[in-house]
Design a protein around this ligand. Structure first.
Ligand code: 6R9
Length: 640
């Protein structure tokens, strides 16, 4: 085999070594329920569960429940239970856009801020089961807002600050939110983001009863009497204690919208108990957490990675978590490493797209900083190419820090396939092996399970505590999307290869989801934004390989009769997508074409569009079912 294998670095003194990992795997096999109940002991329950998983992926008695007779409050697990012994320990290090302009927040301070916000929510009539949207920068109040919802039993739904007002309105409508928590403005890469203005534009379409506005820049923003509350005006009058609601394990904790292959984004619903156990367990296992670690996950809380590994996983474990409100290239390309040195970061977790963007700038900005505090590196969000892995390992980690390539999804709540840094030999580009208790399977399109080394579609055969429970408001869509393709199995939407050592190599999405810089973009969403333009008749969107972003968006557009495509229409269309979805969904390439390759039954042959977008000029396979095979030549002639 030509691929390199990296043993656990000799200096890496892991808590969980190969023997421990083998014992964990054996325990998960031997008595699965006892194993999961054991992991559940990481959580302080008001009533400890006596049952582990109660689930079936079969259509007749489809159900997913974990620890169902347990009760708990997750904010208590993240805050209260740490106070007696380490109330003064730093919970969050807020690292602002401007280097050094942040501050630290102790567990006690975060507890008090959470209680204040919880009391404010309650005073506005928000309680158990109500939905609260959060549209905020990466400031400590954003974590407190999530925890405040958890404290009173409200269901939070965080929307990434990069989404447009139209997207925000769509989500408010879908989950029927009562309240919005936002900030006056955000600041990223030196640029101001008008958060409250975006919220107002969204609320023009779909209003809520209460808007809480946290001050970030102090800008004066319009406030609507009766609806909007300036947090700074009421903060000091709010009590710093708030009785936590006792929640059932299966009560929803949050909704997080994510793109799929069809239709509008889905509201992925996570439970309280199972999610808490999974975030806590995976954080501990994969990041080899120790009490003196400074953990930095660079993800935004608008994504699942921010939920599980900026907020819940670290805080349940009593860790110190960095909340980064900046970007990797501001004020310069050394930002990550300058910050690592200044804060003494020991564990660093980021996305391959960021690594590739930094790698392009050469070793200089990395070498300009010491990075001696680092002991472990991680990646998430998309496949990492071996060159980028090697650079991360060699240049950033000085061949001293294991690199954990962690595969998971919004739907999985936490990591499912990943090395244990102290136990798993690494292969650059492979997420290595499933965590204990996780049962991946590879299947071919004919429903056959593939054994040994093979390539196929990645499914998971058994539930795990962090699995999503439903699609908000559409349980049938949940079943159809994930459990109908391969009956009895959870289908991930990813393709995957397993090698002779049983290592998993994720090859990317096999459905109509494009992964742009680790952001999931549904082709159907971009297409519907494009056809909303009055000049557009039809659109088909595919991904193409992109050096930095992993994938870029390539849009084929046919115009209404008499319309002319050109650069000004191109920028109008990009604008349209920005408005409907957000900047990250903007097509990189727009290819005007008189027609799209369709079968006689009218289905667009995306396979061909993908090949052309990839720059291929031949090898389109069987095109005999095309209604008009000459379309292919026309497309090739008009390629961008
Ligand atoms: C956590 C997160 C999920 C999709 C997933 C897959 C891709 C994530 C990966 C990876 C290869 C990894 N993905 N981690 N592909 N190697 N280590 O990213 O959730 O935003 O829902 O995306 O991302 O395609 O299906 P989400």
């Amino acid at each position: 085999m030509s691929e390199s294998v990296h043993p656990v670095p000799t200096g890496f003194n892991a808590r969980i070594g190969p023997g421990d990992l083998a014992r964990l795997r054996a325990a998960a096999e031997d008595d699965t329920d006892a194993f999961w109940l054991d992991q559940a002991r990481r959580i302080d329950w008001t009533a400890p569960p006596t049952q582990a998983g109660d689930w079936s992926f079969d259509e007749q008695d489809f159900r997913i429940r974990w620890f169902a007779d347990g009760t708990l409050n997750l904010s208590v697990n993240c805050l209260d239970r740490h106070l007696a012994e380490h109330g003064n320990r730093t919970a969050l290090i807020f690292e602002a856009d401007e280097p050094g302009a942040g501050r630290t927040v102790s567990y006690r301070e975060l507890y008090e801020e959470t209680c204040r916000l919880a009391n404010l929510l309650k005073s506005r009539g928000i309680g158990r089961g109500d939905r609260v949207m959060i549209y905020m920068p990466m400031i400590p109040e954003a974590a407190a807002a999530m925890l405040a919802c958890a404290r009173i039993g409200a269901v939070h739904s965080v929307v990434f600050g990069g989404f447009s007002p139209d997207s925000v309105a769509g989500r408010i409508e879908d989950c029927d939110a009562k309240c919005m928590i936002t900030a006056d403005e955000g600041v990223r890469g030196g640029k101001v983001i008008p958060l409250k203005r975006n919220v107002d534009a969204a609320l023009d379409k779909r209003d809520v009863e209460t808007v809480i506005v946290v001050s970030r820049t102090g800008a004066s923003v319009p406030m609507k009497a009766g609806r909007d509350v300036a947090y700074a005006d009421v903060r000091d009058s709010l009590a710093i204690e708030c009785e936590p609601e006792v929640m059932a394990a299966e009560d929803p904790l949050f909704i997080l919208y994510t793109s799929g292959s069809t239709g509008k984004p889905k509201g992925v619903v996570h439970s309280t108990g199972g999610y808490a156990v999974w975030a806590a367990t995976t954080f501990d296992w994969v990041f080899d957490y120790r009490p003196d670690d400074i953990f930095w996950c660079t993800a935004d809380i608008g994504w699942i990675t921010g939920h599980s590994y900026v907020v819940y996983g670290p805080l349940v474990n009593g860790a110190t978590s960095v909340m980064f409100d900046g970007v990797p290239n501001y004020p310069d390309f050394g930002r990550f490493w300058e910050t690592v040195d200044r804060l003494g970061v020991t564990i660093f977790y980021t996305a391959p797209t960021a690594i590739r963007a930094l790698m392009r700038e050469g070793d200089g900005p990395v070498k300009a900083h010491k990075r001696t505090s680092l002991r472990l590196l991680g990646t998430v969000g998309e496949p990492i190419n071996p060159e980028a892995w090697d650079w991360y390992w060699r240049v950033v980690g000085d061949q001293r820090c294991p690199v954990v390539d962690t595969w998971w999804q919004t739907e999985t709540g936490g990591i499912l396939i990943s090395p244990f840094p102290g136990a798993t030999p690494l292969k650059p580009g492979s997420a290595t092996q499933p965590l204990p208790g996780i049962r991946p399977l590879l299947l071919d399109p004919d429903q056959q399970v593939l054994d040994g080394p093979a390539s196929g579609n990645l499914c998971i055969a058994a539930s795990w505590p962090g699995q999503m429970r439903t699609v908000w408001g559409d349980h049938d869509r949940f079943f159809q999307t994930y459990f109908s393709t391969y009956p009895g199995l959870y289908f991930t939407g990813d393709g995957c290869r397993r090698d002779a050592d049983g290592y998993y190599w994720i090859t990317g999405r096999v459905d109509d989801v494009i992964n742009v810089s680790g952001h999931r973009i549904g082709t159907a969403e971009v297409e519907s934004a494009l056809v909303a333009h009055p000049k557009v008749a039809e659109a088909a969107v595919v991904g193409f390989p992109h050096d930095i972003k992993g994938q870029g968006i390539y849009a084929y557009v046919t115009l209404n009769a008499g319309e002319e495509g050109g650069d000004s229409l191109r920028s109008d269309l990009v604008q349209q997508v920005r408005k409907d979805i957000g900047g990250m969904a903007a097509p990189e390439k727009i290819h005007f074409t008189p027609s799209l390759p369709k079968t006689r039954s009218g289905k667009i042959m995306r396979r061909i569009l993908r090949k052309i977008a990839e720059g291929e000029t031949e090898g389109f396979g069987d095109t005999s079912t095309l209604a008009d095979p000459s379309v292919v030549d026309a497309l090739l002639a008009g390629r961008k």
